[in-house]
Ligand binder design. Structure first.
Ligand code: 0RA
Length: 645
């Protein structure tokens, strides 16, 4: 026994040490993403307890000292002492790698969330300290850890009464996280809300007490509780759209231990599809077998229904895209042994899921629509409209295709290409107008930087059907210059001619509008290029301050004020305001905005797909009132990450 005990302890210490030495292996990164992952990891344990049917409430609190507390009313982490190690189960869960909720045989969970499924021990190892409280068997159990190491044994005292549950408070270790340890409210709120949608009936309360640390600061709180689960998720995503049918179509079932839940609603005034996939509560950005199964069954069911109702001529067939036009949907599956594939491990690979989704959804959907011919006809009519528009677009597209095949070397005339042919080291700057284009062309490093000037505002893709899109010259230029395929078709990263697509617009209202139009275009035309991180935004300076022989470029008003306030009282200096990129000397543009050594680029990241979809609908769609309100209250919800590359 003592032998085992010693060996076990050494293993535990080595485990903690390894996590601290190689945090990226466990939480993906030591940047903001990894930091937020700590919270998700702890919350996932509580959600698992809720999925097992034992927990209803989860409270997440950001504390004044920078720590986070997650409290649930589940059964509480087991506290009994393991006869061999002499340690409590709680200590084991917190210190032993891979000893999360899955270790108990009978008490273990069917499925477990967590992108890496690494468990609380990893959070513990990467925290300056952790304090755990468990209410169980009428007692209050507590234990404290520092950098993963228990500070004394589990303490126990009476006083829990009937209460059961777990509280975990942790302060991330600032020596581990490179971008600091400050949590972003919107990021956490988005994920917590998503979890509440995915696990209907679980109440997640989010409380931000950090502002209390400053005088006059106020706490901020929200509660996410959706009894309708993913049905409410779809309602939420569609709240700015006009529904084609009132009731959300909902399917729920289980086969071979795979649980499937699907919620669908078509909108009259939307022309793209917005299907979100989740496996074990993890957003599957790259899709996978659950989404494949859903798409297949939608296409089959609606075609057969359309034929039955005499809506299809001869051997016409509605394509999947036709049927999905204007569709908002969520599919959430729970799989016992999920396989996550692809570079980002966000593609569900389990092949059995495809058929399970297909058959479960097929049965329910067919019956649902047979009993509601009005709904069926509305969806079929919408798909037929899309089908006809697609025919027209095909002709226009053939033009583009023929053009790009015939003149495969003829890139758009105004493109100033770079000399390297290696996309991985190539960049393209998309700029507004010829004068900015001129400065950029002269300022660039032509070996790896290409410039594409666009004339005026590009077409608003949100309001345009496919046929018109392909006829537009600016869009044609973008498609051929970047090497994009056909709208909505599988994104081929290997065809991309540049791996950094940089939007470089003026720092004014017009520039912001053109930037939004371009982002909307990329997002709606081939969302994967945004998801996979190929799109960037350049950050040109707003001011140049000259004082004697020194000069400073400032990228915000605040920076300008900071610099000038650092000058002595009677200092003489001049401030030049750049009204547009075209006003900058080529060398200036290079130094401040284009030179990889000195510039700041922001990579466009879509953290919250549902929110992004709504953002584009609101910003670029037809309904004016929500747009005004949105701009007034939110600004832009796209997450732009600073990257100095
Ligand atoms: C292992 C086994 C059991 C529950 C848990 C872990 C558990 C872990 C966490 C982490 C946060 N909240 C949690 N709630 C529960 C089952 C215990 C039993 O059978 O009573």
């Amino acid at each position: 026994m003592t032998n085992n005990y010693g060996a076990e302890q050494i293993q535990v210490l080595e485990g903690i040490e390894h996590v601290r030495k190689r945090p990226g292996m466990y939480i993906g990164s030591t940047g903001p993403r990894g930091l937020h992952h700590l919270v998700y990891e702890v919350v996932d344990n509580s959600v698992d307890e809720a999925l097992a049917g034992y927990c209803k409430n989860i409270d997440v609190t950001l504390n004044e000292d920078g720590s986070v507390t997650v409290v649930d009313d589940g059964r509480g982490i087991p506290t009994d002492i393991h006869p061999r190690t002499g340690k409590s189960a709680l200590e084991t869960v917190l210190t032993k790698l891979g000893a999360g909720g899955k270790f108990g045989e009978g008490g273990g969970y069917k499925v477990s969330g967590g992108l890496h499924g690494v468990g609380i021990s990893v959070v513990n190892a990467l925290s300056q300290w952790v304090e755990v409280t468990v209410w169980r068997d009428g007692k209050i159990h507590t234990q404290r850890f520092e950098r993963g190491i228990p500070q004394g044994d589990l303490q126990m005292k009476p006083g829990a009464g009937d209460r059961t549950g777990t509280s975990v408070t942790f302060l991330p270790d600032s020596t581990i996280f490179t971008g600091g340890i400050e949590f972003d409210y919107a990021t956490l709120a988005g994920r917590l809300r998503e979890l509440a949608f995915l696990n209907g009936g679980v109440r997640i309360a989010f409380l931000d007490n950090r502002a209390k640390a400053t005088e006059g600061g106020e706490a901020h709180s929200e509660t996410y509780f959706y009894e309708g689960g993913i049905r409410e998720y779809v309602t939420y995503m569609n709240r700015e759209k006009n529904a084609l049918h009132e009731e959300i179509i909902y399917v729920q079932g289980e086969r071979n231990n795979v649980q499937v839940e699907v919620a669908l609603q078509w909108s009259a005034d939307a022309y793209t599809d917005n299907l979100l996939g989740f496996a074990n509560n993890i957003r599957t950005i790259d899709g996978g077998t659950h989404l494949e199964g859903l798409k297949t069954v939608l296409t089959r069911t609606l075609n057969s229904l359309a034929r039955k109702r005499n809506k299809l001529r001869d051997d016409d067939k509605l394509a999947g895209e036709n049927i999905r036009e204007g569709l908002t949907g969520v599919i959430s599956v729970k799989v016992p042994d999920p396989e996550f594939e692809g570079q980002t491990k966000t593609k569900l690979g389990n092949t059995e899921v495809r058929g399970i989704v297909d058959s479960l959804v097929g049965e329910v959907l067919t019956e649902y629509l047979e009993f509601r011919p009005g709904v069926a006809d509305a969806i079929i009519e919408k798909a037929l409209e899309a089908f006809r528009a697609a025919e027209a677009a095909r002709k226009a597209r053939e033009l583009v295709r023929r053009k790009s095949v015939l003149e495969s070397s003829t890139l758009p005339g105004k493109l100033a290409d770079c000399s390297t042919r290696d996309p991985s080291e190539s960049e393209i700057f998309i700029v507004e107008g010829d004068s900015a284009g001129g400065s950029a062309k002269q300022g660039r490093d032509r070996r790896f930087q290409a410039i594409l000037p666009l004339r005026g505002k590009i077409l608003n893709i949100e309001k345009t059907d496919d046929a018109k899109i392909y006829k537009n010259t600016e869009i044609q230029a973008l498609i051929t210059a970047l090497g994009l395929g056909i709208k909505g078709e599988e994104f081929e990263a290997s065809q991309l001619r540049y791996h950094r697509i940089v939007i470089m617009t003026d720092a004014d209202v017009d520039g912001a509008h053109i930037r939004t139009l371009l982002l909307t275009f990329f997002y709606r035309y081939q969302r994967a290029m945004v998801d996979q991180g190929f799109v960037y935004i350049a950050c040109p300076p707003l001011y140049k301050i000259e004082r004697g022989r020194n000069h400073y470029y400032c990228y915000s008003d605040r920076e300008r004020d900071q610099i000038t306030s650092g000058f002595p009282e009677n200092a003489k200096y001049e401030i030049q305001r750049f009204k547009g990129l075209g006003e900058m000397m080529p060398q200036q543009l290079w130094d401040t905005t284009m030179n990889p050594e000195t510039r700041t680029l922001k990579r466009v990241e879509i953290e919250d797909a549902a929110e992004a979809d709504r953002t584009f609908t609101v910003l670029m769609g037809d309904r004016v009132a929500p747009r005004r309100e949105f701009i007034e209250t939110h600004g832009s919800k796209l997450n732009l990450t600073d990257l100095d590359i």
